[in-house]
Design a protein around this ligand. Structure first.
Ligand SMILES: C[S@@+](CC[C@H](N)C(=O)[O-])C[C@H]1O[C@@H](n2cnc3c(N)ncnc32)[C@H](O)[C@@H]1O
Length: 312
């Protein structure tokens, strides 16, 4: 799309009607290899106009200034800057989260993991839910919104991500959701949240899991590397998280861990091999690829409950 505003045509009152603008933006984004160019064209135009996407065609076109602003955003998006960094927000289930450089942009596939966790949490009266590797707070805040009786603890290590997490947590609390507890910590640290050992009802985690060296699309390259890459085999954070989950969950408590689509066997095997889980189940994402694994903390722990012995 050209950044030069068009001359207003007679009768448009200095307005550029949306349909042809959207068509041009769509062509530009498609040419840049953006996956859903029409949807993104509409989202960018809606952002500039300050209206919901569904109301775009009811708007009386864009002004010259708005067209300029849109052209600037389209240029950046065509250079594959993430859409959510341009709009400053990311939708996640029923939430609109603030995101930007320094924090992982929440993905639609993680909504499924969050939904599974929410369903499990609703089975307890006042569930204790832990979200490890919390990033923007997407999973933790979705639970807090959808399970108002839940006590939710969100753990994140990155100072940059924590800024967004705390901002989103403050915004949601101001909107009336039960405040979540934000913990700055390394989820692989021995002793993490030991004070909750054996008491957690649901533990959710979307860790960095892409094997180091894997080629990723430009938008993913804009996410912080520590949010994306999980060591040589992609399991460097998953392994200690599973051990920690076994220690923190109560008997019968529920675990869900997101993983790479190449780990559809490795993560269920790893959880099973721990010996403290049962009902280990793989789940696919919206595209049908293996995406997260769930399990329940065994009630009959033959090796003795780790949460009583002090081991991790
Ligand atoms: C894939 S992102 C997930 C963010 C969020 N849960 C979501 O689903 O959108 C992984 C997050 O884990 C954080 N992280 C990576 N290693 C960590 C560690 N050892 N301890 C705590 N957080 C870590 C990263 O900073 C990043 O925010």
């Amino acid at each position: 799309m050209t950044a030069t505003p068009q001359q207003p045509s007679e009768g448009t009152n200095n307005r550029h009607p949306c349909p042809p603008v959207l068509a041009r933006v769509t062509r530009t984004l498609a040419g840049a290899g953006v996956d859903a160019p029409r949807v993104e064209a509409e989202l960018l135009a809606a952002h500039v106009l300050g209206v919901p996407r569904g109301r775009l065609l009811l708007v009386d076109g864009l002004t010259d200034d708005q067209l300029d602003q849109l052209a600037g955003l389209v240029t950046r998006r065509a250079a594959r800057e993430p859409l959510q960094h341009l709009t400053g927000t990311a939708g996640f289930r029923h939430l609109e989260l603030a995101v930007g450089p320094g924090v992982f942009v929440p993905r639609p596939e993680t909504e499924l993991l969050a939904g599974w966790g929410i369903d499990r949490a609703r089975r307890s009266v006042e569930p204790l839910v832990v979200d490890l590797c919390s990033g923007s707070g997407a999973v933790a805040l979705a639970v807090a919104q959808e399970v108002p009786t839940a006590r939710v603890v969100a753990v994140e290590r990155s100072a940059a991500a924590l800024v967004w997490l705390r901002r989103n947590a403050t915004d949601r609390a101001a909107a009336g959701d039960r405040p979540i507890e934000v913990v700055e910590a390394d989820v692989t640290a021995p002793g993490l949240l030991d004070e909750l050992a054996g008491r957690v009802d649901v533990l959710l985690c979307n860790p960095p899991y892409v094997p180091a060296g894997t080629a990723v699309p430009p938008e993913v390259a804009d996410d912080p590397a520590e949010a994306v890459f999980g060591g040589a085999d992609g399991l460097a954070v998953v392994r200690p998280v599973v051990a920690r989950a076994a220690r923190l969950l109560r008997p019968g408590g529920a675990l869900a861990v997101e993983h790479d689509d190449t780990h559809g066997r490795a993560v269920p095997d790893l959880i099973t091999a721990d010996g403290r889980f049962e009902a280990v189940t793989g789940h696919a994402d919206l595209a049908g690829r293996p995406r997260f694994t769930t399990a329940l903390r065994r009630r009959d722990d033959a090796s003795g409950p780790a949460w009583q012995t002090g081991s991790s």
